[in-house]
Design a protein around this ligand. Structure first.
Ligand code: BV8
Ligand code: ZN
Length: 248
């Protein structure tokens, strides 16, 4: 479908309060210095996320998978929210009915101040015991190569959703509910290949939402969008908020 790249027109839509849902991916953290999963300069050595972010990889080589997460945790610990994260906090502040769905596990949306936030793939700052299932926040960067549960000695894993694993049922229901009731849905910095996250945008569209993509490059979602803005989220989103403010 032909889509508009008229930021003013999209801003016009939000003059009356709407149910706004935003779906973000790794692209929104890219300008904070965190590599994306599939873009150029991809995530780590010659591995694909689908090779490492799986229960099978963890069962086979827990040291390698933890080495990847130790590397990412150290990188993310030095990262700060960028203008894209801050623009989404400002959008939440002016939207009475707002939900931010993120595929990112880096915690930067929460750090920026987003509150109506669902981290659908979990958090790199939480660990879960593979034996007693205890979940704890763990921010230390000097963990042993294979961290152990303090209460039962079981092997700890990052408390994130790996490929082949189901999303947390509560979060999945909340996310799909929000998507299906959205009147405007923004999709920011995602290649829209990972499921079921990418489908949230299609469910919103099918339920009548206006769909707007903010991404560096076209994605499989672009053709379903009413608006598509191609560029850096850290520039596009503040410009979008500025056009909203100029209409007050
Ligand atoms: C499940 C957490 C079933 C770990 C991640 C159809 C239906 C259901 C499932 C499937 C299906 N088809 C395939 C599947 C299986 C699989 C899947 O989706 N595979 C893909 C590869 C095809 N899905 C699953 O396994 C999911 N589970 O379905 O379970 C089930 C049900 C019941 C019982 C048992 C099982 C679980 C998927 C979750 C996987 N976990 N992460 C971790 O992070 O360590 S996914 C991983 O990819 C990250 O979370 C990441 O966020 C996510 C998506 O990637 P993106 O965020 O989009 O990042 P990417 O690099 O790809 O793209 C960045 C984009 O930003 C690019 O377009 C780039 O151009 C743009 N960009 C870059 N810089 C900027 C920018 N844009 C703007 N500004 C910039 N500056
Ligand atoms: Zn335990």
């Amino acid at each position: 479908m032909p889509h508009s790249s008229d930021l003013q027109a999209l801003a016009g839509l939000l003059q009356i309060p709407q149910r706004v849902v935003v779906l973000t991916g790794a692209g929104v953290s890219h300008e904070s210095g965190i590599p994306t999963f599939r873009g150029s300069g991809g995530l780590w050595r010659h591995y694909r996320p689908e090779d490492l972010a799986t229960p099978q990889a963890f069962a086979r080589e827990p040291e390698l998978v933890w080495e990847w997460y130790h590397w990412r945790r150290t990188l993310i610990a030095q990262a700060r929210p960028n203008p894209a994260h801050h623009a989404l906090v400002a959008l939440e502040a002016r939207s009475p009915d707002f939900t931010l769905l993120t595929q990112n596990v880096d915690g930067l949306h929460a750090l920026a101040g987003s509150r109506r936030l669902i981290e659908i793939h979990g958090s790199i700052w939480e660990v879960r015991c593979t034996v007693c299932q205890a979940v704890t926040v763990e921010r230390r960067l000097d963990l042993p190569p294979l961290p152990r549960c303090p209460s039962c000695g079981g092997l700890l894993r990052p408390n994130v959703v790996w490929f082949g694993e189901a999303l947390d049922a509560e979060r999945l229901v909340a996310a799909s509910e929000a998507a299906q009731h959205a009147q405007v849905m923004l999709v920011v910095g995602t290649s829209a290949v990972v499921q079921p996250a990418a489908s949230f945008a299609l469910w919103a569209k099918r339920a009548g939402a206006c769909l707007a993509e903010f991404n560096l490059e076209p994605t499989p979602l672009t053709r379903h969008c009413d608006f598509a803005f191609h560029g850096q989220a850290g520039e596009l989103l503040p410009a979008f908020l500025a056009s909203l403010a100029s209409r007050l």
